[in-house]
Design a protein around this ligand. Structure first.
Ligand SMILES: [Zn+2]
Length: 383
C-alpha cells in the first residue's frame, strides 16, 4: 500500500537537493517514489502539518541486548530474545530506522533481524555484528552482557571471524582495549583480511591511540568511540575510506551505569569525557565524515530522546545540519547502505521520520520522540 505525505518541510542536504515547505513525498512498494511533488500518486494521505520530514536515523553503535535492569547473564534465551525484540521496537520509536548492533549474546541480533524481516513486528533495519571478538588474555569473568567471544592468536581470529560471518553477522566487531592494546596487530590484520575477502566490514572498539593506529594500519573500516584520537590520526582519516563512530550519549551521567550513582559516574568518567569532547571536536573541525552512535541501553535512551544530538552540540559544538547528516547520510555511507537509505530520494527505501519544528535551525526539535516513524514503507506502531 502506498502513502502520500503532504504539507511537509524537506531539508535539501538530506533530500537530494529538494527543500522547502508545503512539499509532498510519495511512498510505493516500500520505496520513496517521489520527493517534493507527489502529483499523480495514490495512497493513504498523511498530513504533516508543516513538520519536517527527515530520512530515518541511524544508531551506528547500538546494543540490542543491553539489559542493565534485568542483567543479561540472569536471563534465559527466550526471555532475552523477547527483550531484544522489544528493544528493536524502542529504537524504531526513537526514529532509528537502522541500527548497527555492535555485539549481542549468541548473535541474537541476527535472530531479531530475521524476526523483523519475516514480519513478526515492524522493526528497524538491523546491521548485525554477531559476537564481539576479544583477546583471551582479558578477564573472562567481566562480561555481564555475554556478548564477548574470547579468542587468541591470528589463526583463531581468522576462524572466529569466518564463523561470525557464517552465523549471519553482517560485519565483524573487534575489541581492542588498553594502551598498549591487548589485541595484537596480527590478530586484527587476520580478522580484517578474512572479513574483506568475504565482502564484510570490520568495526573496532578503540578509545586509545595505539589501537587507533592499529586500525589505520590494518584497514579496519570503523573506529568506534575514538576518544583519544590524535591530530595526526585525524589527518590520516581525512583522505581515506576509514571512519570514526563517536558515541557520546553513553558518557552522559544521565545514562545509568550499574553500580554507580549519577555523581559517581560523572566523577569517574570526567577525564574520558573531557578528552573525548576535545578530540572529537578536533576531528569534527577537520571535516571528518563521522558516524552517529549512542552505545546505550535503549530502555535508558528512550527516556532521553535526542541525547546524542544534545551531547554533540554541547560537548563538540557541532552544527545542526552536520549532526543530521551524521545521523543519516554519513552513517549510511559508513554502514555500506548508501543508495539504500539515509536520504529522501526516489528509489531509496522509505525510511522516514516526521518531527515538529525545524531541526536544521533548532536541533532541540530532535529532543523528543518523532511524531511518526516509517521503516521500509511500514508505519511503526510504537512501544
Ligand atoms: Zn559498544
Amino acid at each position: 500500500m502506498g502513502y502520500v505525505f503532504e504539507n511537509c518541510r524537506l531539508i535539501p542536504e538530506l533530500s537530494g537537493g529538494v527543500g522547502g515547505e508545503g512539499l509532498a513525498v510519495a511512498v510505493e512498494g516500500g520505496k520513496i517514489a517521489a520527493a517534493g511533488c507527489a502529483e499523480g500518486f495514490e495512497g493513504e494521505r498523511i498530513d504533516c502539518r508543516g513538520g519536517t520530514l527527515l530520512p530515518g536515523l541511524f544508531d551506528s553503535h547500538a546494543h540490542l541486548s543491553y539489559d542493565y535492569y534485568n542483567g543479561v547473564i540472569r536471563l534465559d534465551d527466550f526471555k532475552l530474545l523477547i527483550n531484544s525484540c522489544l528493544s528493536a521496537k524502542r529504537y524504531l520509536a526513537m526514529g532509528f530506522t537502522t541500527i548497527r548492533d555492535m555485539g549481542s549474546p549468541k548473535r541474537l541480533s541476527v535472530r531479531v533481524r530475521e524476526a523483523a524481516e519475516r514480519g513478526l513486528f515492524v522493526g528497524p533495519r538491523i546491521v548485525s555484528g554477531g559476537m564481539i571478538l576479544r583477546p583471551a588474555v582479558s578477564d573472562t569473568q567481566a562480561d555481564p552482557n555475554c556478548f564477548l567471544r574470547y579468542v587468541s592468536g591470528a589463526a583463531e581470529f581468522e576462524r572466529a571471524a569466518r564463523e561470525e560471518i557464517g552465523g549471519g553477522a553482517d560485519f565483524v566487531k573487534l575489541y581492542a582495549p588498553g594502551e598498549p592494546s591487548e589485541l595484537l596487530p596480527e590478530e586484527m590484520a587476520a580478522a580484517v583480511r578474512i572479513a574483506h575477502r568475504l565482502g564484510r566490514r570490520v568495526a573496532v572498539h578503540a578509545h586509545d591511540p595505539g589501537a587507533i593506529d592499529m586500525c589505520l594500519d590494518c584497514g579496519a573500516d570503523t573506529i568506534e568511540h575514538a576518544s583519544h584520537i590524535r591530530p595526526d590520526q585525524i589527518e590520516r582519516l581525512r583522505s581515506g575510506a576509514q571512519h570514526i563512530v563517536p558515541t557520546l550519549a553513553v558518557l552522559s551521567g544521565d545514562i545509568p551505569t550499574p553500580g554507580f550513582t549519577k555523581e559517581q559516574k560523572e566523577r569517574a568518567l570526567r577525564p574520558l569525557l573531557e578528552a573525548n569532547g576535545r578530540n572529537i571536536t578536533a576531528a569534527y573541525r577537520a571535516g571528518l565524515v563521522m558516524g552517529f552512535g549512542t552505545d546505550c541501553d535503549s530502555a535508558d535512551l528512550i527516556r532521553l530522546p535526542g541525547l546524542e544530538f544534545r551531547m554533540r552540540r554541547e560537548r563538540c559544538g557541532m552544527g545542526n545540519i552536520d549532526m543530521l547528516l551524521q545521523a543519516t547520510k554519513y552513517s549510511a555511507l559508513i554502514c555500506g547502505l548508501e543508495g539504500v537509505t539515509g536520504e529522501i530520494r526516489p528509489g531509496l527505501d522509505a525510511d522516514l521520520i516526521l518531527v515538529p519544528g525545524r531541526p536544521d535551525e533548532d536541533i532541540s526539535a530532535m529532543y523528543a520522540l518523532p511524531e511518526l516513524v516509517m521503516a521500509r514503507g511500514r508505519l511503526a506502531d510504537g512501544v
